[in-house]
Write a new protein. Sequence first.
Length: 209
Amino acid sequence: MKENKKEELTDLTKKSKVVTPEDGVVREKDMYDIKQDAYGKYFKGNAKINSTSTSDPRITRPFAYGLCGMFFAIGVIVFLTASKIFGIILIITMTASFVKFKKDIDAIENELKKSGDYDDSKEAKIQVRKAFKDEIKKDFSDATESTFTKTNTKNISKATVPIYCVFSLVLSAIMYFLVEEIIGIIVLVICVISGLLFYGIISLLSKGE
């Protein structure tokens, strides 16, 4: 009888970074390993950033092929409907990217196969993909529970509720006196409901001290 072997992700790398108000103002590019729009942005408060990465071909191949295929299709649509030049550029770029990704992923896969501890069967692919999804879910849950504690939520509320109230009143007053009375009342109601929903959700997410 063949024993069912549980496949493990290869080259699984996990990183974690915790930021608290005591750290002062932190550059977002220092908080994230990869975030192209983080330059020039700053953060102050509570946050926990977990990241999980792997070079396992059973994970990277469908992701890379899917991404290239999606943008290749967009390139074809652009070529047929809008701009032939931009369409051709996108098609060529995605074709070159596909070739490069395939070459790199094949090289990694061949090395893993040489080690003799790599299974690329359908069952193994299903197992590792599920394992990777579980790791992502675990990272998200850990980051949420670490950030949205009762203490952190209380500090957030103390710091932002007064500002939000002043903003809502000023905006409502402007609409009431300068635009239309009914619009000012509607804006105030919307601000109150939005505030209650926002802080209510944060409160529900809060766990532990």
